[in-house]
Ligand binder design. Structure first.
Ligand SMILES: Cc1ncc(COP(=O)(O)O)c(C=O)c1O
Length: 389
């Protein structure tokens, strides 16, 4: 029977009947796995990606996590890796080699850009950046050696919404694999496989783990790509520890409740910020005046806690004073935990195919699970400091 998301989140990966009635799966710590005899070793080795064979290939704790994320994303399989960046590197390297070409969205998470410009370049793979709003026009950029079209929607820091189905259709017509970073929406609020994506990467570090205490990446895929991806990430030596898998799975159990509250809190803050004279515009795709709102409404099932704010032109010291004095918004990287965060966005150096046109500075906010009224009061004091009061 096909279960709905909140039910999948609650039950997938658990097997109390096979575990003495204990609700959660046990945490296996394993490197060596002992075999009954040589024949058993050989038999398990013939299908080592689907068996308990050696610690690096995963344990039942890893499999419980992977099964849960795959089910939620409507994928066939998932592979856990040690960070979101590991998922991005593993996914890209599964499909490209010397002489190949990647089309990469210009609003991509900056370390992904760095990976393409340094690591992929070193292997002789060329990257071309494209306008996030290109849609079906991506067809004009696809060359005979283009292997991957990579998307991230909304864009990191700038929150453009991509026309995923239009891009995927054009990419498939030329035999390219479509990879998408779906970290912002999580598997709950965007279903990439319904829109033509072939492979999905997550920084599980963010909403899936949800508590700012574990680094983790997850790649999801259809069956046809599983062996290729697992071979690649295994070859890179990626393995995740049992305790981290357990924490990620534990985080996922409350994903729907947390995301509903992140969504609500972020929208309250975004609307309040829109009313403020210090604010030029708010970059949140669920706001009706966001340029990507119609696409977001068509394709997404919700919005989360992360959004941007373009301020009216202000001196850097004033922006720093605003950020430094925050009491509830922490200054730090990552997001998706239960706490609120703020970071200045460095946008002028972060793109090459398009130009970021805002006159004023941009900051990125993550609305945590605190009371939105308290967060508004913190922001209001921050805007006072921005004005120099
Ligand atoms: C959109 C996005 N993708 C990937 C990553 C990388 O994840 P990790 O920090 O787990 O390597 C991040 C981290 O901030 C991110 O924001």
């Amino acid at each position: 029977m096909k279960r709905r998301d909140r039910t999948l989140i609650t039950h997938t990966g658990n097997n109390p009947k096979g575990n003495k009635g204990i609700v959660n799966p046990p945490v296996y710590h394993a490197s060596t796995i002992l075999f009954d005899n040589v024949a058993d070793m050989r038999a398990r080795g013939r299908d080592k990606f689907n068996n308990v064979y050696y610690g690096r290939y995963g344990t039942p704790t890893t499999f419980a996590l992977e099964e849960t994320v795959a089910a939620l994303e409507e994928a066939d399989r998932a592979v856990a890796v040690p960070s979101g960046m590991g998922a991005i590197a593993g996914a890209l390297l599964s499909f490209v080699g010397t002489g190949d070409h990647v089309l990469m969205v210009d609003s991509v998470y900056e370390p992904t850009r760095f990976f393409c410009d340094s690591q992929l370049k070193k292997f002789g793979v060329e990257t071309t950046y494209y306008d996030p709003l290109i849609g079906a026009g991506i067809a004009d950029l696809i060359g005979p050696n283009t292997k991957v079209v990579y998307l991230e929607s909304p864009g990191s820091h700038t929150f453009e919404i991509q026309d995923v189905p239009a891009i995927a259709t054009a990419a498939h017509a030329r035999g390219c694999v479509v990879i998408m970073d779906n970290t912002w929406a999580s598997p709950l609020y965007f279903k990439p496989y319904r829109h033509g994506v072939d492979l999905v990467v997550h920084a599980a570090t963010k909403y899936l783990v949800g508590h700012s205490d574990v680094m983790m990446g997850i790649i999801t895929m259809r069956d046809e790509y599983f062996k290729q991806v697992k071979t690649q990430v295994h070859g890179m030596g990626f393995a995740v520890g049992g305790d981290d898998c357990y924490l990620a799975l534990r985080g996922i159990r409350t994903l729907s409740a947390r995301l509903a509250q992140h969504q609500e809190g972020a929208l309250i803050l975004a609307k309040w910020l829109q009313s403020r004279p210090e604010v030029e515009r708010v970059l949140h795709p669920a706001l009706p005046d966001h340029p990507g709102h119609q696409l977001w409404k068509r394709d997404f099932l919700g919005s989360t806690g992360l959004f941007g704010v373009v301020l009216k032109p202000a001196a850097e010291e004033r922006v720093n004073a605003m950020i430094d004095g925050m009491e509830l918004f922490g200054l730090g990287f990552s997001w998706g935990g239960y706490e609120s965060l703020i970071v200045p966005s460095a946008l002028t150096t972060a793109r090459t195919a398009t130009k970021w046109d805002a006159a004023g500075p941009t900051v990125r906010l993550h609305a945590g699970l605190e009371d939105p009224q308290d967060l508004i009061e913190d922001l209001a004091s921050g805007l006072d400091r921005l004005r120099g009061n």
